[in-house]
Design a protein. Sequence first.
Length: 341
Amino acid sequence: MMLAHALFTLALAATPPDSLLSADSLLVELRKGGYTIVWRHTATDRTVQEPMDYQNTPRFQQRNLTDRGIADAKAVGVLFKARGIPIGEVLSSPMFRTRETAEYAFGRVEATPILRQVDPSPEQLRLIATEPAAGTNRVLVTHHFVIERNVPGIKPGMVAEGEAVVVRATGGDGLRLVGIFKMADWQRLGGQADNAAAPSSGGHAVPLTTGHGVALANRPAGSPAPNAPLVIPATLETPKNVAIAEYLKTFNSGDAARMRQFYERSVMPNPARTMEERMAVYDRLKVELGTLSIESVEGAETNSVVVKLQSSAGRPVTITFNVEPQAPYRLVTISFQMMGG
């Protein structure tokens, strides 16, 4: 089997790329749809050494996005929106760094273990070679080895963190490399998007911060934020608080089945409230609030964590999470306080 995989990889690598488009030309082409963007996750904390088995690896043992990685992912999403790039299916590997790269950029993602498989396979190639829905582009957020071993003309070391290749299906499981977005391209094109937006926005966005109790955004209270991404600060990525981060992501997803699974897994049972009652409250809050973006976090080192947020409906929200004092650190209570509206 390993020999078959090796021959499979060599056959792909031997296919030379056609003449590649520049990054500027790629953006023009992407507006038409019909392409797949295979994106290596953005910058990570490379001091962390993680096991290859992602299946049971908790977040704190994974190599996660740095602040720069978060900013880069968001910037790509802003660029694509500013240039009118239609994005359809968004898939990623199950690792936090790939899922969150997609979430920060596009606000949604579906994870698949196929995009984490170390050894290439026909199934993996078929996934990459799937044609997008008409008028859209697909985004696959994955790892360097998946790109190197499946995309013709890409060799080890050619795609750094945050860089992406654009491919087009050629029928069957065939792929044609169309172009590459390097980090210098993202930075240059992102700067152009900032400059274009500056007259109406009054300047560049204030950088996000992740300090204890420090605001993560700078906008007037009560102002609508329909497209604000959910930026998770480092204080909510600790083992004790990771359930809070997962709750907020699940809330924003709008996926009732996913929320039910979260309650069953990460919230302590309450004899006074049935699961159906909890789900009814979630459904009501989702309708009233839309999506949430974090403004500040207080008490992250205690068992009572207060998160101040802004809803896309324009209503400030404060959620108090009471966390179980010992592992597995389930949530004991989740209390909402809303103003306005």
